[in-house]
Design a protein. Structure first.
Lengths: 85, 474
């Protein structure tokens, strides 16, 4: 059975070992943040922690690179926030 | 490991792993720190150990024999208390005082929690690798457009494909394994746009002939692409991406020899994801603040200067792998071994030199460097790439600075390097600190020299909490 994280209140399944970004992409999400100036949608771009496009809030800590943080059951992820918060 | 380390290695890709294994074999105590959750770097990126049965990736890799040998050497080193392996450690600063190095990192094994860690050793080897170099184009900031390294990382690290119908573009041999890996996982790779012409390689027959393994590898990928019906189009580029909330199509065009889109050749291809990469940019963040001399490499990057034993110009500081010039994993492995051999030779009790073996490693390094140079010359950034920008094209993704603003800073305000452009426009001032847009802004502002990244005093964002933590333990 797949484990689950909670993303914006909704359960999201992931395979143990995947990052939060991999779990989001596997679920068909390509964007989960909007930019500060243009309000443009952004998701994963570099996938290796360089570009900071994929920022999310994890367990209340903002500015987390979803592509670096391994998903863990019971993790709570909030999206749609600009990284500067 | 309780005793102090003799050598600190930052980066556990092929170079750092090889250096660590050689140093352990020579009797040194080593600390190996890496930001990844498991050793291997980007080249040998794997899911964490317990997840490997659920996420099989073995068929996506190359040279796994060497990886397993090195993994075993590291594991033996840990068992014997000679290796302190630090995964998920993000190094944000390195200082040198009293002939020793202090490395400041945050331990993110329990991310998002982080705690400050200070590591010390008399000798430091930096093997921090490289990341995909990018050239902006209209629409490259749409969701679904990724770097080819990003597509590969999702695939190798998480078993995830970012789209079902994908176009790849840019330049360099790395396009091939990414295309082959995606195709092997059932993705329809509709086109691979390579800006260079493969015949450019024929201008450098020497390095090609001396590296038969390289062209055999290329031929294997070529066969894999043919088997999956992937169309490889030389002298073409992805010059635009279109869509509203995500990419739905790309525009591809044939290129003139200078790299400008040929009028009338553009056509639209429907896709749901795109991968782009224009070679690599070495990760010099930890090296430049230490005052290492840099050298221009043939691919347009400044790289760290090393002698024939991988010693930088700073005493006690060694470098190996892509930071010394982008050249691929076999070169990185050889440079890692060579660097560790130098650490041993420079130490208080130098081992009896094994002349012939070291000479063979040096010869391997020389052969692969010649190949890397030929590769750089055969896959240049197309000189006329700015022709596909519009004034509205976003160049700096973080601060959303457009090509028009960068051009105005250069033409009207006289900026002639990326640092001045940054001061005038904020390009490179955001979260990524110019890592993504730096090479492109450099090209727009200055064309007569290699790209030297801005010095970043803090190489990765750290929380104030982690800094306070550090202070409390002093």
């Amino acid at each position: 059975m797949k484990s689950r994280i909670t993303v914006d209140g909704e359960p999201l399944p992931f395979v143990e070992g995947q990052t939060v970004a991999a779990a989001l992409v596997a679920a068909g999400r390509v964007a989960w943040r909007t930019t500060r100036v243009g309000g443009r949608p952004r998701g994963v771009f570099c996938g290796i922690g360089v570009c900071f496009d994929c920022l999310v809030t994890i367990d209340g800590t903002a500015g987390q690179r979803a592509c670096l943080v391994p998903a863990r059951a019971d993790m709570t992820v909030r999206t749609r926030e600009d990284g500067d918060e | 490991m309780t005793e102090p380390a003799d050598l600190l290695v930052v980066g556990a890709g092929p170079a750092g792993m090889a250096a660590t294994a050689t140093a352990l074999a020579g009797g040194l105590r080593v600390v190996l720190a890496d930001s990844g959750t498991t050793a291997g770097g980007q080249y040998w990126r794997h899911p964490p150990e317990p997840a490997r049965a659920a996420i099989p990736t073995g068929d996506l890799h190359h040279g796994l024999g060497a990886y397993r040998t090195l993994t075993e050497a590291l594991s033996t080193g840990r068992d014997r208390g000679r290796l302190d392996l630090r995964p998920a450690h993000h190094v944000w600063s390195v200082t040198r005082e009293d002939d020793a190095f202090t490395v400041h990192a945050v331990d993110r094994r329990h991310a998002p929690e982080e705690s400050a860690v200070t590591l010390r050793a008399p000798r430091l080897l930096v093997a921090t690798g490289a990341y995909d170099r990018q050239l902006p184009f209209p629409g490259w900031d749409l969701p679904g457009v990724l770097t080819i390294g990003g597509l590969q990382a999702l695939l190798k690290g998480g078993g995830v494909t970012a789209g079902r119908r994908v176009a790849l573009g840019g330049t360099g041999p790395f396009l091939l394994p990414v295309a082959a890996g995606l195709a092997a996982r059932g993705v329809e790779v509709v086109v691979v746009c390579e800006a260079a012409h493969p015949l450019a390689w024929l201008r450098h027959p020497g390095p090609l002939l001396r590296n038969p393994a390289k062209w055999a590898e290329g031929a294997r990928y070529g066969a894999a692409l043919a088997r999956h019906g992937v169309r490889f189009r030389p002298r073409t580029a992805i010059v635009g991406a279109e869509g509203t909330d995500r990419v739905t199509s790309v525009r591809i065009a044939s290129l003139t020899p200078g790299g400008a889109p040929r009028p009338g050749t553009g056509r639209r291809v429907d896709v749901d994801a795109v991968g782009v990469g224009w070679g690599f940019a070495p990760q010099l963040d930890l090296l430049t603040p230490l005052g290492c001399a840099l050298t221009d490499a043939a691919d347009g990057n400044a790289v760290v200067t090393v002698d024939d034993g991988q010693r930088t110009t700073v005493p006690g500081l060694y470098a190996a792998g892509e930071v010394c010039g982008v050249g691929g994993a076999p070169l990185a492995l050889a440079e890692g071994r060579l660097a560790a051999a130098s650490v041993l030779a420079d130490g208080p009790a130098p081992p009896v030199p094994r002349g012939r073996r070291l000479a063979a490693v040096r010869a391997t390094v020389a052969r692969h460097r010649a190949f890397a140079r030929a590769m750089a010359l055969a896959h240049p950034l197309p000189a006329a790439w700015p022709a596909w920008l519009t004034d509205e094209t976003v160049v700096c993704r973080c601060e959303e600075v457009t090509a028009g603003a960068v051009r105005a800073a250069c033409a009207e305000d006289g900026a002639h390097d990326h640092r001045q452009v940054k001061q005038l426009t904020r390009a490179g001032m955001g979260w990524c600190q110019g890592r993504v847009c730096g090479p492109a802004v450099h090209c727009l502002a200055a064309t007569d020299r290699a790209y030297e990244p801005a010095e970043r005093l803090i190489a990765t964002p750290v929380t104030l909490g982690a800094l306070a933590d550090l202070d409390a333990r002093r």
